[in-house]
Design a protein around this ligand. Sequence first.
Ligand code: FAD
Ligand code: NAD
Length: 471
Amino acid sequence: MVATEATTDPEVLVIGAGPGGYVAAIRAAQRGLDVTLVERDALGGVCLNRGCIPSKAYVTATDVAHDAATAEEMGIHADPVVDLAAMCDWKDGVVDRLTGGVEKLCKANGVTLVEGTASFVDGETVRVDDGDETDTLSFDHCIVATGSRPLELPGFPFAADPVLDAAAALELSSVPDRLVVVGAGYIGMELSTVFAKLGTDVTIVEALDSVLPGYEDDVARVVRKRAESLGVDFHFGERATGWRDAADGGIVVTTESDDGTESTHGADRVLVAVGRTPVTDALDPENAGLEPTENGALETDERCETAVDGIYAVGDVAGEPMLAHVASAEGVVAAEAIAGEPAAFDAQAIPAAVFTDPEIATVGLTESEAEAEGFDPVVGEMPLRSSGRALTTGDTEGFVRVVASADGFLIGAQIVAPEASELIAEPTLGIEMGATLEDVAATIHTHPTLSEAVMEAAENALGQAIHTLNR
Ligand code: FAD
Ligand code: NAD
């Protein structure tokens, strides 16, 4: 974090410098408001320091190693040696460049940066404690962007050495031989893929009956099968109950299934990734009249304002979905609302991506969600095995699916493919702009690209696909 700058009472006080807070601060400053941003740890929040960026750096680096080691079919024979400590240094360098960039952007936009922990004194004042001294700041408007932290599972305190949260897993200096991962959600699936590609024997225990609960079966199946082919051992319907030291110097993780059956899984480490919870402790929200929900979140309206006039909440602290781009989009809305603009958060086209192998990315409605909402949806699909570019990447498992209303307006897409996280931008823009299937189908796409599969899926929905059989 940076040294505290001299500050006076701001028009807008932003608490937390993650992708919600720093984006809100910059946008408010761009609108001519006097802005102070308070952060107790590192600029960039979880996303830049312990979440999105470090995990994606590892996803890419381990892909490089794994792809090189498994490219015999392409005539490439390599036996890469992974130096995890060096990989960690490289990842830290990426993080430093980005957090340094956030500091420069804040300063260039005239945002005052203050280091310390903010807590509400009342609905117009916060106290900021930097460990040495406390300062009191009054504000006209406040944006709370204090983020989230990992849920701790009973029996698995993060303070215990073999128990890892995602942040600790991304700091390991040597590759564990055996890793039990509790939870097959976003973090569990992404980091299992990373460690499996590093050569770790990964066992996943998941309370429910599939990976990535909430995603459609055919979407999740592709990723589960690929993970299995990397050696990941899945145990569904098992809840992790605790761990103990084992005679072999490792640990044993114990689980229980719904019928009471107990199982044990040997490991060196256990990564617990069972969800995240909003951070409002230290904030004393009640002093400002804020009442967190049962889940700890600060509820907001479409302008991202809480029930307390002038206090806004954005990002993970405002609840699900806990995604960095949602935090930033909400930050923009809150700042523009404070600036007096008619801004409102629109949840119609929120993309989500899981950086597994292959990636998953979705936006809008699935076919069954569209049916449940009273649409009579039209669906089109392009399997990757019919994509020329997919064949040249060696990755042909997956598909692009588009969902449209009966009158042809794009309302959803589900993509399982390499670079799905990039491909989803096109249907997201399509939904945002009210595009029809014909708009997507009539758009000339570069050849040979994976993005042609989006066009072909739209053509398939119209019964006009060239490279796949029409429905
Ligand atoms: P945060 O990024 O959590 O930032 C909140 C900041 O507030 C922190 O810096 C904290 O120190 C500060 N703070 C808290 N309380 C106080 C206080 N009282 N006073 C001063 N400062 C305070 N999302 C994606 O969209 N894509 C991904 O690929 C992705 N990958 C992830 C991978 C991992 C391993 C994890 C853990 C998360 C990932 N996420 C991803 C989720 C993403 O990191 C969060 O949704 C995002 O960081 C939320 O941003 P935020 O600004 O709300 O909060
Ligand atoms: P998650 O909610 O995605 O998955 C948690 C999983 O743990 C669920 O499948 C749940 O059924 C399982 N579970 C819960 N209790 C269990 C128990 N006792 N034993 C076994 N399984 C159990 O949570 P996460 O993976 O910790 O990620 C947290 C959040 O961080 C995500 O929801 C997402 O918002 C964000 N995130 C996003 C990305 C991304 O956008 N690519 C990546 C990582 C994290």
